[in-house]
Design a protein around this ligand. Structure first.
Ligand SMILES: *Cc1c(COP(=O)(O)O)cnc(C)c1O
Length: 367
């Protein structure tokens, strides 16, 4: 039995009839941008998240870029201001910050949860700090009352990178509705995946929402009148139509991921492997990835491969060690670097069969 890391074809074919009908309908409509499909999906996404505003954009990176760009245009941030961000995030979170001529201030994560260690944030705050960007990495919620209190005390915005965690929640509040604004990605491999690129922003403030919508459409509210130096970052009608169909099934798909994660958490028993913990206190994770740690990663990945099981590494190199940020290469974040040296992602997806999960557990326990 060969087990793929993620079988996208199988995931999308679950909804073949509905999706094909929608593709054909949109094709024949003659209307491909900023139409009813996008409006409809935005309304349903806002309702699902519980946010007053949702704006469809071209991808997840743009969602984050647009949030910061709007804060700059509104005068709530200025070039050179600092944003605290986890050092072990996917590089998109950092690119959104540097692209806006803001400064990322890297914070070390908690080795057990891979998410921001809230206790390490306060001493990073300076007069230039304007926001904390929390990343719900691997679909695990990064939130706490302490975080909220800290942001309030220092008058900081909280921006959520929710690219990996649609459907997750804390005390019953969905990620994407916990902070001031959130970016979503609908990259095909994400929990809610399009048939290509897509993204969205949710936010509480109406003026921020309006500004983001305008910037994403060439900075224009009225055709050929440009208020801002905008971007072209729109969600296609076709992608919105597909996403609106898949949104109906996201809870079902996330439950399946939770079921698999729960099995991994309780049934993986091997001294060489450290598994994440299943839900801490009030958080409900959606397990975009199931990421273990081991000192013997190379051997384990090879052993999985010999057994027909595909695993991946998220991520092999932290942003501050990338050539793209060569001026930060000499910074040292030992916990982050340790994570990047030891993590391995096991297959987890809504279309995995029970016998596949059992096989993975059997193989890892024999390692
Ligand atoms: C996928 C991802 C993004 C970027 O989304 P794209 O749609 O690929 O641009 C941002 N942040 C995180 C944590 C991601 O996983």
């Amino acid at each position: 039995m060969d087990i793929k890391f993620l079988d996208l074809q199988k995931i999308n074919l679950q909804y073949q009839e509905e999706i094909e009908a929608k593709l054909l309908e949109t094709f024949r409509s003659g209307w491909y941008l900023l139409g009813n499909e996008v409006k409809n999906f935005e309304n349903n996404l806002a309702k699902y998240i519980g946010s007053p505003n949702a704006i469809g954009v071209a991808n997840g990176l743009d969602a984050l870029r647009l949030i910061l760009k709007a804060y700059l245009e509104l005068g709530q941030m200025k070039f050179g201001d600092e944003i605290i961000v986890p050092a072990n995030t996917y590089i998109a979170s950092i690119l959104a910050i540097t692209d806006n001529r803001l400064k990322p201030v890297f914070a070390e994560p908690d080795i057990e949860t891979y998410n921001l260690d809230i206790s390490k944030i306060e001493n990073l705050i300076t007069p230039k700090t304007k926001a904390i960007m929390v990343v719900h990495l691997y679909g695990q919620v990064c939130w706490s009352e302490e975080l909220e209190a800290l942001a309030k005390k220092h008058n900081l915005k909280i921006i959520e990178d929710n690219a990996q965690a649609i459907g997750a929640s804390f005390n019953g509040v969905k990620t994407g509705n916990l902070g001031d604004a959130a970016g979503f990605s609908f990259y095909p491999g994400k929990n809610l995946g399009a048939l290509g690129d897509g993204g969205a922003v949710t936010c509480k403030d109406e003026l921020l929402a309006k500004t983001i919508r305008t910037i994403a459409n060439y900075g224009s509210e009225e055709k050929y009148v440009n208020k801002y130096q905008g971007l072209n970052s729109r969600l296609d009608e076709i992608q919105a139509g597909v996403l609106d169909i898949k949104l109906k099934y996201i809870d079902k798909e996330n439950s399946k991921r939770q079921e698999i994660a729960q099995k991994y958490c309780t049934e993986i028993k091997n001294d060489k492997i450290i598994s994440p913990n299943f839900p801490e206190n009030n958080a409900e994770h959606v397990w975009h990835l199931f990421v273990i740690r081991t000192k013997n990663r190379k051997e384990l990945q090879h052993y999985f491969q010999e057994n027909g099981i595909q695993t991946l590494i998220h991520y092999p190199i932290p942003p501050h060690k990338q050539r793209a940020y060569k001026y930060w290469n000499n910074l040292s974040f030992p916990i982050t670097e340790n994570i990047h040296d030891e993590v391995l992602s096991l297959p987890v997806s809504p279309v995995m069969q029970d016998d596949e999960v059992a096989k993975i557990i059997e193989v890892i326990n024999k390692f």
